[in-house]
Design a protein around this ligand. Structure first.
Ligand SMILES: NC(=O)c1ccc[n+]([C@@H]2O[C@H](COP(=O)([O-])OP(=O)(O)OC[C@H]3O[C@@H](n4cnc5c(N)ncnc54)[C@H](OP(=O)(O)O)[C@@H]3O)[C@@H](O)[C@H]2O)c1
Length: 305
């Protein structure tokens, strides 16, 4: 099969090459999926799981990309809940070969059925950003209607999902980002916008939930704004600052079939819009995923025209 591989961590995304790799074999409880569209998170080159297996052994050449939409082509021993020919989407194991490939082996439980009226390209953009937003707001942030959410990076892939889901849940959403992000963050549903370079974060007042995708000083300043009983949720590594009277949580997104179903239903209803910046073929993926040319929003690699 054709796949994008990386072998050199120092080279980062620039070290990606398109090559031939052996087709994957399904392990216990796996399915093999023909990938129709694949998503990729630009920071993947910094994740240890891109370079090692779960025992910490070098796994290069490694295939990046961990979200997909496609069609099941084979079932491994013991796989249940999905069938050959079924449309699916979801999140693959961080430590295994990923989805920038024509085929991928993935545990069936990490995937959800994909309704026939949702495009593969749209579906491939949902698992990481959608599940991250869902789990940060509802599982870890325990968001309630009427609360105020400070959504950092509100024009980004995760931030646009956070903004829409929080607003739908009845929260007041204050988005942040760069000056150029204002219109997009407001278009995705933020009630207010803070330009992190030019506006004072402290002026937003107190908030119930901070959803942080940036870290550093932004996180430290935000922790001080959290009301008693509120929560700081970070998806950019261990929390660097804690609210004085609240919770601080950092987490890595997990596959969840029921949550994927909630997310895709909202897309079908028009309640959730995805944030795709560019779509490229696998042959053009190396250039499309290069951060120097990357467009705002998710870059989706479409493998089947
Ligand atoms: N833990 C997890 O499970 C998990 C899951 C998904 C993502 N993540 C992490 O979350 C982060 C965001 O991911 P993403 O896919 O949403 O990325 P993204 O699409 O690039 O969105 C990030 C947004 O934040 C903005 N931003 C970043 N630094 C900023 C700053 N200092 N001031 C103002 N705006 C700033 C970016 O603007 P520019 O594009 O102009 O920089 C962009 O609009 C990444 O670090 C990713 O690795 C973690």
């Amino acid at each position: 099969m054709k796949a994008i591989v990386v072998t050199d961590q120092a080279a980062g995304t620039a070290g990606m090459t398109l090559t031939q790799r052996p087709d994957p074999s399904p392990a216990i409880n796996d399915v093999v999926v023909r990938v129709h569209a694949s998503g990729f998170v630009p920071t993947e080159m910094d994740w240890p799981s891109t370079w090692t297996d779960r025992a910490g052994r070098d796994k290069t050449p490694s295939i990046p990309g961990h979200e997909l939409a496609g069609v099941v082509t084979a079932l491994g021993y013991g796989a249940t809940g999905l069938s050959v020919g079924q449309r699916v989407f979801g999140l693959t194991d961080w430590h295994r070969d990923g989805t920038l490939a024509e085929l991928v082996a993935v545990e069936a439980r990490n995937l959800a059925p994909l309704p026939g009226d949702v495009d593969f390209t749209v579906a491939a953009s949902l698992p990481i950003s959608g599940l991250t937003a869902w789990q940060g707001l509802f599982r870890h942030g325990r968001l309630q209607p009427g609360q105020t959410v400070l959504a950092h990076g509100a024009a980004g892939a995760v931030g646009t999902m956070v903004t829409q889901l929080a607003r739908e849940a009845g929260a007041h959403v204050i988005g942040t980002g760069r000056a150029a992000d204002r219109a997009k963050a407001l278009a995705f549903g933020a009630h207010e916008f803070v330009d992190l370079a030019d506006d004072a974060l402290a002026d937003v007042g107190s908030v119930d939930l901070v959803f942080d995708v940036i870290g550093g000083d932004v996180q430290r300043q935000s922790a001080a704004l959290i009301k008693p009983g509120g929560t700081l949720v970070s998806v950019v590594g261990p929390v660097e600052a804690r609210p004085t009277d609240g919770l601080a949580v950092d987490f890595v997104v997990e596959a969840d079939r029921a949550e994927l179903a909630e997310i895709v239903q909202r897309v079908r209803d028009g309640r959730l819009r995805t944030n795709i910046g560019a779509v490229a073929t696998l042959d053009d993926a190396v250039a499309a995923l290069n951060p120097t040319t990357r467009r705002n929003g998710k870059t989706i690699i479409s493998l089947v025209p």
